[in-house]
Design a protein around this ligand. Structure first.
Ligand code: GLP
Length: 243
């Protein structure tokens, strides 16, 4: 069976929608979602918007926490993850502003911003489902190779590999890519009740191999998913070529 990228997005969207519907979230007991950016999840967001427009699902009682943000980019900057999230998802659904959480890339006190984010996640009772993608070097959120597998939300320098990989969103100019990010930690992600990672394309094949066929290793932070009791990977044919 050839699974296309579109199907990955569809599969993930159906999974997310079912989880939300089953949870029957209320204002008092919302469903808590961890959300990613990048090219990979776009198809999922499109499909979720369609579910909302078709009246199948509501996001009124869904609280979201985004994984990461570039330091130095304002929400109005079209390369910020804030901008991405509103453009590609939030402005098309019935998400309540007060339920949306994204790390502030303009925060000057990184430590406080990150500690407050962790505290907010804890106060709401943790994340029910954390969605993510991976970088070609196996990073999850911005937990670059070498990140502690018990790391929490913090500032993290981008590796040159990631700067090069993400330069495509900055007109191909590596000088325009921010060098620092705020990101949830590997430990923060592993604390979620469930983690679903989407992987597509040949350039992720090596990372997927390390994720599932090699040992748990802080140089391939996605491999920490092996420690999770409910870790799910949904991938296309191209990403599976090294399995
Ligand atoms: C960035 C993000 C990651 C994302 C990765 C892959 O580095 N911080 O969360 O998984 O890009 O993005 P793409 O899906 O565009 O390949």
């Amino acid at each position: 069976v050839i699974i296309t990228e579109k199907n990955i997005g569809d599969w993930a969207a159906v999974y997310v929608a079912k989880k939300i519907l089953d949870a029957k979230p209320t204002a008092e007991k919302p469903f808590v979602l961890g959300l990613p950016t990048g090219g990979t999840p776009l198809a999922m967001y499109k499909r979720l918007i369609q579910f909302y427009q078709d009246g199948i699902i509501s996001f009124e009682n869904v609280v979201t926490f985004n994984m990461d943000e570039y330091v130095g980019l304002s929400p109005a900057n079209d390369q910020s993850y804030h901008y991405y999230m509103y453009e590609n998802f939030f402005k098309h659904i019935d998400a309540k502003e007060e339920n949306i959480n994204i790390l502030n890339g303009l925060a000057t006190d990184y430590k406080k911003e990150c500690e407050d984010y962790e505290a907010k996640i804890k106060a709401i009772g943790g994340i029910d489902l954390f969605l993510g993608g991976i970088g070609p070097d196996g990073h999850i959120a911005f937990n670059e190779p070498g990140s502690s597998l018990s790391s929490r939300t913090r500032d993290k320098e981008l590796t040159m590999d990631t700067i090069i990989a993400n330069a495509r969103f900055f007109g191909g100019d590596i000088d325009r890519v921010p060098k620092l990010s705020l990101t949830v930690g590997v430990g923060t992600i592993l604390d979620a009740k469930e983690v679903l990672i989407m992987v597509n394309g040949h350039n992720k094949a090596r990372a997927l191999h390390h994720a599932v066929e090699q040992g748990v290793n802080h140089m391939w932070t996605i491999s920490a998913l092996q420690l999770h009791p409910k870790g799910i990977i949904v991938s296309d044919e191209a990403a599976c070529t090294e399995l």
